[in-house]
Design a protein around this ligand. Structure first.
Ligand SMILES: Nc1nc2c(ncn2[C@@H]2O[C@H](COP(=O)(O)OP(=O)(O)OP(=O)(O)O)[C@@H](O)[C@H]2O)c(=O)[nH]1
Ligand SMILES: [Mg+2]
Length: 603
C-alpha cells in the first residue's frame, strides 16, 4: 500500500479529483461540504488497475489552513500536485510546493484539473517549470477533468507507475506514527489514525504516546476500514488503544516504540545555504509529521553584530514541546507572521546537543556541525560527544558502526586513544607523588578524566602500562621500583619504626633501611627477571626493572636472601628453578611469598 497527499491552491479541484479516483468523499465535515471548501484533512482510498492499493490524504488549499495541510503532508512519501487549467499557478501552489521541497519529498505527479474549462497547456508548462526546481524534480503531468472523467485512466496509469517506483520502507524500522485524528468508538474506546511511514504495528504491541510517554497497547488495528492484525509502512492505519482515555490523544502526538526515539526539546539543525537575504526571526513554527510547535532559534557561529540573526547554516532550536526525533530527520520551519512566505527545510544533526556554556562554544559548534555530512554518522556524533551509550545512539536513529569499548559504551577512537595516554600519565604521577600508596582508586581516575562511567576506566587500563589489581590502578612493571629516597620518606612521616611496622603488616616491602618499595615489588621483580635470558648481570636486571643502582643492588640482594634469585660466582644471577616455574602464574608467587590481601583488608 502507498499513501499520497494532494497539494495545490484552494478550489483547484483536489477533493473533486480524489472523489473521482476513489468514489469516496474526502470532505468529512458537513461544513466543508456546505461551503465547498476543505478545512481539515480528508482520507480516501482505492485499488489501482494493477491491484496496488493507494490511499490519499486530501489537504486544504486555503491559506488559513496551511498548518492542516502540513500535518497531512508531513509523513507521506509522495504527492499528487494539483493545478487548475483555468486557474494557473497561484500563491498556495507556490506555498505548498515550498513545503514539499522543505520536507524533501522527491516523488510525485502533476494533475492539471478542470481541463474541460481551459487549455491545460500553459498551466502545465508553468507548473512543471516550478516543480522541476524542487526536491520533486521532473514529474509526469496528466490533464484531467473530474466532471467529464477525461484523462482519469491516464492518471490511474501514471499513479500506478508512481507507486511502483516508490521505495519500500524497512518493515523493521522504528515505529513513529504521527496522530492526525483521534476519536472514540462506543464499546472499543480510543482510536487514533495516521500515516505509518515505515516499520510495523501489530495488535498486542505496546507503544508510547508522546510527549507524555503514556504506555498504549494496540487493542485492534484497521487499514482502509479493514481489520488487520499487523500493518507495515507505508500505510494508513487506525489504531484502537488500550490504556489511553478517550479525548486524550491529539494531532501532533505520536505513537513510538520504546527506546527507539529521542524525545527532545533541544536540537541542532542545518538549513540550506540560500543566500544572506533571508533573516531568521527569533522564533518560528516547527513542523514535523503531524506535529507543530514553537521553536526558539539560536544561530550558531554567527559573526554578525547583534540584531536579528542572519541565515546561517546551523542553528540550535529550543522547542516549546518535546518531540520524538532522530538524527537525519527533516523538519520544516515556518514564519506565519512574515509578509513573505517563509518555509525552510532543515536537517536534524543532533537531538541531544551539548550545552553551549563556554564563551565561543556556539561559534565552535557552528563550525564543527557545518562540516558534517547529511545525514551524520555514528563517527560524527561520537567525535562531538566523546562517549555515547549504544542505546542512546540507537534512540538517535544512528546505526552503530563501531564496537563498544566497555559495558555498552561507544567511544570516539581519537578521544579514546588520547585518554589512554592521559590515564597512564595520571596513574604514573599519582604513584610518583606517593610511591607507598597502594595505587589510584578508579573513581579518582574517572573523575580526573571526566569520564561518565567507571567501567570506561577499567577498559582504558587494558592494553596500556596500567593494571587494575585489587581495586586499584597501578603502573604495570618498572615504575613499581621507583623507591622514594630517605628525604621523601621523612616527608611522608615514615621513620624507621613506622616503616618496620608497615612492612610487618604487609603494607610495604622494606628492602633495606633506605629502600622501601610497594608490597608486591618482590613478586613483580621476580616476574620481570624471569623474562630475562638466564643468567643475567646486575646491569641487565637494573635495566629490566627500570630503576636505579641505588634500588637495584639492595633489591637483588634481598631476592637472593629470599631464595628467589641465586648469585653465581661470576656475580651474575639466575632465578631459582622452583620460582621460575611458579612464575608462569605470577599470583602463585605472590600468594606464597607474602599475605598482602588480608593485610589490606585489615587496614
Ligand atoms: N468543470 C470542472 N469543475 C471542477 C473540476 N474539478 C473540480 N471542479 C469544481 O471546482 C470547485 C472546487 O473543487 P474542489 O475539489 O472542492 O477544490 P479543492 O482543491 O479541493 O479546494 P480546497 O480543498 O478548498 O482547497 C468545485 O466546485 C468543483 O466541482 C473539473 O475537473 N472540472
Ligand atoms: Mg478540497
Amino acid at each position: 500500500m502507498q499513501v499520497i497527499a494532494t497539494a495545490g491552491h484552494v478550489d483547484h479541484g483536489k477533493s473533486a479529483l480524489v472523489r473521482a479516483l476513489t468514489g469516496m468523499e474526502p470532505d468529512r465535515w458537513a461544513e466543508e461540504r456546505r461551503r465547498g471548501l476543505t478545512i481539515d484533512l480528508g482520507f480516501a482510498w482505492t485499488k489501482l488497475p494493477g491491484g496496488e492499493r493507494v490511499a490519499f490524504v486530501d489537504v486544504p488549499g486555503h491559506e488559513r489552513f496551511v498548518p492542516n495541510m502540513l500535518a497531512g503532508l508531513g509523513p507521506v512519501p509522495a504527492v499528487l500536485f494539483v493545478v487548475a487549467a483555468d486557474g494557473g499557478w497561484m500563491p498556495q501552489s507556490a506555498e505548498h510546493l515550498a513545503a514539499i521541497d522543505a520536507v524533501g519529498i522527491s516523488h510525485g505527479l502533476l494533475a492539471i484539473t478542470r481541463s474541460d474549462l481551459a487549455d491545460p497547456g500553459p498551466a502545465t508548462r508553468q507548473a512543471l517549470d516550478r516543480i522541476s526546481r524542487t526536491s520533486l524534480g521532473a514529474v509526469p503531468a496528466v490533464a484531467v477533468s473530474a466532471v467529464t472523467g477525461a484523462g482519469l485512466p491516464d492518471l490511474r496509469d501514471a499513479l500506478e507507475r508512481l507507486v511502483a517506483a516508490l521505495p519500500v520502507p524497512d518493515p523493521a524500522a522504528p515505529v513513529r506514527l504521527w496522530v492526525d485524528r483521534s476519536f472514540s468508538i462506543r464499546g472499543s474506546g480510543t482510536v487514533v489514525t495516521g500515516t505509518l511511514p515505515a516499520g510495523t504495528v501489530t495488535t498486542g504491541q505496546e507503544l508510547l504516546l508522546t510527549p507524555s510517554l503514556r504506555p498504549a497497547r494496540i487493542r485492534g488495528l484497521e487499514s482502509m476500514n479493514e481489520p488487520v492484525t499487523s500493518a507495515a509502512g507505508v500505510a494508513r492505519v487506525a489504531v484502537n488503544l488500550r490504556g489511553i482515555p478517550a479525548g486524550f490523544p491529539a494531532r501532533g502526538m505520536a505513537l513510538v516504540e520504546a527506546g527507539r526515539w529521542t524525545l527532545t526539546r533541544v536540537l541542532d539543525v542545518r538549513l540550506p545555504a540560500s543566500g544572506a537575504e533571508v533573516t531568521l526571526p527569533p522564533e518560528m513554527t516547527l513542523h514535523i509529521g503531524s506535529a507543530r510547535t514553537q521553536a526558539r532559534i539560536r544561530t550558531l557561529g554567527s559573526l554578525l553584530p547583534p540584531g536579528p540573526p542572519a541565515l546561517s547554516t546551523v542553528v540550535r532550536l529550543t522547542l516549546r514541546d518535546p518531540l520524538p526525533l532522530h538524527v537525519g530527520d527533516r523538519v520544516l520551519l515556518r514564519d506565519p507572521g512574515s509578509a513573505a512566505v517563509t518555509i525552510l527545510g532543515a536537517t536534524v544533526l543532533d537531538v541531544d546537543p551539548p550545552a553551549l556554556a563556554r564563551r565561543g562554544a556556539a561559534a565552535a559548534a557552528g563550525r564543527e556541525l557545518a562540516a558534517w555530512p547529511d545525514p551524520p554518522s555514528a563517527a560524527d556524533l561520537l567525535r562531538r560527544h566523546g562517549f555515547l551509550r549504544a542505546g542512546a545512539l540507537a534512540a538517535m536513529g544512528v546505526p552503530a558502526t563501531i564496537a563498544p569499548v566497555a559495558g555498552g559504551w561507544l567511544a570516539d577512537p581519537d578521544r579514546w586513544a588520547s585518554l589512554r595516554g592521559r590515564l597512564a600519565e595520571l596513574v604514573a604521577a599519582h604513584v610518583k607523588r606517593d610511591p607507598l600508596a597502594i595505587g589510584m582508586p578508579p573513581e579518582v581516575a574517572r573523575a580526573g578524566l571526566g569520564l561518565p562511567d567507571r567501567a570506561l576506566v577499567e577498559a582504558l587500563a587494558q592494553g596500556i602500562q596500567v593494571r587494575l589489581e585489587d581495586g586499584y590502578l597501578r603502573p604495570a612493571g618498572p615504575p613499581a621500583f621507583l623507591a622514594p629516597d630517605a628525604g621523601r620518606l621523612r616527608e611522608l612521616g615514615l621513620d624507621p619504626r613506622a616503616i618496620a611496622a608497615a612492612a610487618r603488616a604487609g603494607l610495604l616491602l622494606r628492602v633495606t633501611e633506605q629502600v622501601v618499595l610497594a608490597p608486591d615489588a618482590q613478586a613483580e621483580a621476580a616476574r620481570i627477571l624471569a623474562g630475562l635470558p638466564q643468567p643475567f648481570t646486575t646491569a641487565e636486571a637494573r635495566q629490566a626493572l627500570g630503576t636505579t643502582r641505588r634500588v637495584a643492588i639492595p633489591l637483588l640482594e634481598y631476592l637472593d636472601r629470599a631464595g628467589i634469585t641465586q648469585r653465581l660466582p661470576d656475580d651474575r644471577r639466575r632465578l631459582r628453578l622452583t620460582h621460575a616455574h611458579a612464575l608462569v602464574h605470577p599470583r602463585a608467587v605472590r600468594v606464597s611469598s607474602r599475605k598482602p590481601a588480608a593485610a589490606r583488608k585489615a587496614r
